[in-house]
Design a binder for this molecule. Structure first.
Ligand SMILES: [Mn+2]
Length: 275
């Protein structure tokens, strides 16, 4: 009898406990179908499998059955072409393809690390490539999306590299090189970027140069006449009140154990922690 009672108690706990947690009354599939999510700067790579695991958890828990997921660049730490041989690239394609199969529309904007991510890989993931900047309409809100690097106009050396490397002729030439040469180039570029950041820090100008230019932010709001902007890149998650009813949301990076993502729900934009 004792055993039966104990069994009944366990049974009751399993049944009742989720009901006590209010949110469990709604299946994720019901609660998220109207919600859109925004993430950036995951910097996924084979060297940090725990971050890919966190992404998997994000897709299965927080963003499960979302209406849309917008990935605003730097999904990968490096991307030298759609013949990328990494285990992470293969795993992410599978994860995203499963997410799309559950009914979530996937969109991708290139970052400064993965600007060579092409149509082939996007098709594997079942995500659509968007231009930078892109204007979307979510729950009646027009939103300006971008990776964020275009707003960092004080970094003139970077903007020169960006203009050169986004040129289709430069890209075709680069992609025609053997995979090993492209991987070596990416390795070099990362080292050079790290060295340059260190140099800027020594000169005390890293903070200002690697953040957005306020004048460029204002110019973007004016050019598009849109009150909401979401971007990443600077790794400084925040909601900025830019005046005149304008709101700029900066997403977080995934280098630590947690990160910040944005969510559009009930006609409002929120910045939330995960991890
Ligand atoms: Mn970036």
């Amino acid at each position: 009898m004792k055993g039966t009672a104990c069994g009944a108690f366990v049974f009751a706990r399993i049944r009742v406990e989720p009901l006590l947690r209010g949110h469990a009354l709604l299946e994720p599939s019901q609660s998220n179908t109207m919600t859109s999510f925004f993430i950036s700067d995951l910097h996924l790579e084979d060297a940090r499998p725990e971050t890919t695991a966190l992404f998997r958890r994000f897709l299965h828990e927080e963003a499960s059955h979302a209406r849309a997921l917008y990935i605003l660049g730097d999904l990968f730490e490096a991307w030298v072409g759609d013949d990328d041989p990494s285990a992470t690239g293969a795993e992410v394609a599978e994860l995203l393809q499963q997410t799309a199969a559950r009914g979530t529309a996937l969109y991708f904007i290139h970052g400064n690390r993965d600007f060579l991510l092409g149509e082939d890989y996007a098709r594997r993931c079942r995500m659509r490539l968007l231009p930078d900047p892109a204007v979307i309409m979510v729950q009646g809100m027009p939103i300006l999306l971008g990776h964020g690097d275009l707003l960092c106009t004080d970094d003139t050396a970077y903007q020169q590299f960006r203009a050169m490397s986004r040129n289709p002729a430069w890209q075709a030439n680069f992609l025609a090189q053997p995979l090993a040469a492209r991987l070596a180039f990416a390795q070099q570029a990362r080292q050079a970027s790290r060295a340059r950041y260190g140099e800027l820090q020594t000169h005390g100008s890293a903070e200002a140069i690697t953040d957005v230019s306020p004048a460029t932010v204002t110019a973007s709001f004016e050019r598009f006449g849109i009150p909401h902007m979401i971007h990443g890149h600077t790794h400084r998650p925040a909601i900025h009140d830019e005046g005149q009813g304008r709101q700029r949301i900066v997403l977080g990076d995934w280098y630590g154990e947690g990160f910040f993502y944005a969510r559009a729900t009930g006609g409002q934009l929120q910045l939330l922690p995960f991890g």
